[in-house]
Design a protein around this ligand. Structure first.
Ligand SMILES: [Zn+2]
Ligand SMILES: [Zn+2]
Ligand SMILES: [Zn+2]
Length: 287
């Protein structure tokens, strides 16, 4: 699991309403594929954590749509370490999940959770590109980048590490385009034509700059980076050689997101349908 920004506090077992064999009504494990009930002697069940961050990590691990949070129980079989002293995430015997943005099966249990309650730190591998580090919920990063994407929060969605990387690269590229445009509008209003090299970074290397004229897909994509404030038409849509490959990666990621969006549209907005895509390994995927 990807390490999220906020540290997870261990919660004492007493707050988890551990139920042992002698309780009155029957409890069933909520994890897909697990048939354990409290009829089994000495089987311990845990209710969902009250902390929204931990709760969403549990829900995401199960990859299942929920109706009533009060009646969700995880049996002890899903925890590898002592639940009283650990961060207590269910990691054992959990179902296969798919990335919500590219639909690829999650490999080696490595995924990020798309929840407003969970902060995501930008990948260390791209810090050098932007000279800073930053964290915010990944779902907000995605919504800022691809606002066309509608994502249900039930079941709690997850994404693969590739998409996590792409989202953060996209996020900073778009932020930089907006910032660059704003600076130019304020400082050089009306007479900044010669000052601008790249529309997406502070480079003013005019010699190597690449015009996007004619590449309509990239032009439209770059135009969308500036939101409602631009881009100013008095500067050509041009990028430096360092920013061109980034925009091409972003184009690929956008295409994948919109294709997934189409699949979900066809399935309808019922959370059960979203769940079907998350769990059903036979959904045709044209990669
Ligand atoms: Zn179970
Ligand atoms: Zn993915
Ligand atoms: Zn650039």
């Amino acid at each position: 699991m990807h390490h999220q920004g906020k540290p997870v506090q261990a919660v004492p077992i007493s707050q988890r309403n551990a139920f042992i064999e002698d309780n009155k009504h029957q409890i069933q494990c909520w994890v897909p594929g697990c048939c354990n009930t409290d009829r089994l002697p000495r089987k311990i069940f845990y209710s969902l954590p009250t902390d929204p961050l931990l709760r969403d990590l549990w829900l995401a691990a199960a990859g299942k749509a929920y109706h009533d949070l009060q009646n969700i129980w995880f049996c002890k079989d899903h925890f590898s370490v002592d639940i009283e002293t650990s961060n207590s995430l269910p990691v054992c015997n959990m179902p296969q999940k798919r990335c919500r943005t590219c639909l690829a099966p999650i490999q080696n249990k490595k995924y990020c959770v798309l929840s407003p309650n969970i902060n995501s730190k930008m990948p260390a591998s791209i810090e050098h590109l932007f000279g800073s580090t930053y964290s915010r919920p990944l779902i907000e990063v995605l919504q800022f980048c691809v606002p066309e994407m509608t994502i249900e929060m039930n079941p709690v969605p997850v994404c693969c590490y590739n998409c996590y990387n792409s989202m953060w690269i996209y996020y900073f590229f778009k932020q930089r385009c907006i910032y660059q445009e704003k600076t130019l509008m304020e400082v050089y209003r009306g007479r900044y034509g010669n000052v601008v090299g790249c529309r997406a970074c502070p480079s003013n290397d005019h010699k190597n700059v690449v015009l996007l004229n004619g590449n309509y897909e990239l032009e439209i994509l770059l135009t969308s980076m500036f939101g409602n404030d631009g881009p100013s038409t008095s500067i050509p849509l041009q990028l430096c050689p360092r920013c061109i490959p980034i925009l091409k990666d972003i184009q690929e990621f956008t295409t994948i997101c919109l294709r997934t969006q189409d699949i979900f549209k066809q399935l309808g907005s019922d959370p059960q349908h979203s769940q079907a895509v998350v769990e059903e390994p036979t959904v045709p995927i044209n990669k």
